[in-house]
Ligand binder design. Sequence first.
Ligand SMILES: *[C@@H]1O[C@H](CO)[C@@H](O)[C@H](O)[C@H]1NC(C)=O
Ligand SMILES: *[C@@H]1O[C@H](CO)[C@@H](O)[C@H](O)[C@H]1NC(C)=O
Ligand SMILES: *[C@@H]1O[C@H](CO)[C@@H](O)[C@H](O)[C@H]1NC(C)=O
Length: 353
Amino acid sequence: MAALLSLLQIACSLHANLPQSCPQSCLCYDSSNLVECRGLELLVVPHHLPHSTWMLDLRHNNLSRLDPASFQALWSLRILLLSDNYIEVVSSRCFRSLGFLERLDISSNLLISLPLDFSRGLGSLRELRVPSNRLTSLNYESLRHLESLEKLDLSRNYLSTIEQGAFRGLSRLRHLHLQSNFLDSVRGGYFFMLQNLELLDLSDNNISSIAVESFTSLHSLRLLALSENQLSHLKFKTFLNLQTPSTHIQVSGNPWVCDCDLQRVFGKINSVRHLHIDDYDNLTCEGPSQLSGAALVSVDNQLCVAETATVLVITITVLVTVIAAIVMAERNRKKNQDKNWNDTDGPFETQDK
Ligand SMILES: *[C@@H]1O[C@H](CO)[C@@H](O)[C@H](O)[C@H]1NC(C)=O
Ligand SMILES: *[C@@H]1O[C@H](CO)[C@@H](O)[C@H](O)[C@H]1NC(C)=O
Ligand SMILES: *[C@@H]1O[C@H](CO)[C@@H](O)[C@H](O)[C@H]1NC(C)=O
């Protein structure tokens, strides 16, 4: 029995060391071009994967780190699926030989950060998915070499800071998912250079301020999602800077302070032909307290009434004052004239006496 076991072990190790063969317990299709090692509780990436592997499916395993040698010499790899593992560490250089990789999915893992040279060698990558991890910040360097990237999903992380220029190398990017993070502001330099961006999802963050020039270079933007944030006011100029053929904007689920300013900003945005607020009917007021919970659309034509009334009162007051002043002046002039007559009469009279 023991002899049989050791024989089996030898056979297995021989099998494992044999290059170009299907890794143990994985399934290989299409003459080993598609390697599926799904749900096998693997702790490490299998060694000696066939060099011709085109797609590698390692989803639902127990991987906790990706070592520099994990994907060595997989020159043909196009699709790499690593979602639903326990990956905490991606060592630098681990994707270096994957020059033809087009799709990389690391969703639902435990990544806290991306190494600085994460993107080195990934010049063909078109889609990168890293949602549902624990990323807290995005570094200036990490995404630098992804010049073919079209879709980037960083949603459902803990991102609170994005270094200015972190997306600067992504000139082909069309979709950027940053929803469900902890961003508290949109700074001017975040989306600079993203001229092909069509979708920018910033919903479900903690955004309370947006720099006026934030969206200036997004000439292809079709959808801007800002719903479920902490916005209470907006500046018209922020949106006026969106020089696009047509952009839909979503802003519901924010604690709007419904005043005349806000009403005017939305009024102006709505009057710009290429800008569309999709969920205007769904906006609710959080302040001022007497309007709390009211739908903006139900009060918006009253918001500037008070202001108009004030302006009217001031105008009338000024007018009345001016008229009064004129009348008084006229009266005084007449009085003075009369007095002058009297005065001029005076001397004669005295002379006469
Ligand atoms: C893989 O993870 C599952 C779930 O945490 C656990 O039950 C299982 O024991 C792990 N397997 C190995 C080989 O570590
Ligand atoms: C959201 O931002 C506010 C300040 O605007 C801060 O007090 C709060 O802690 C932030 N919440 C989260 C979850 O980051
Ligand atoms: C408005 O809110 C309702 C109810 O919450 C929802 O069903 C609808 O899809 C929303 N409309 C838009 C345009 O977001």
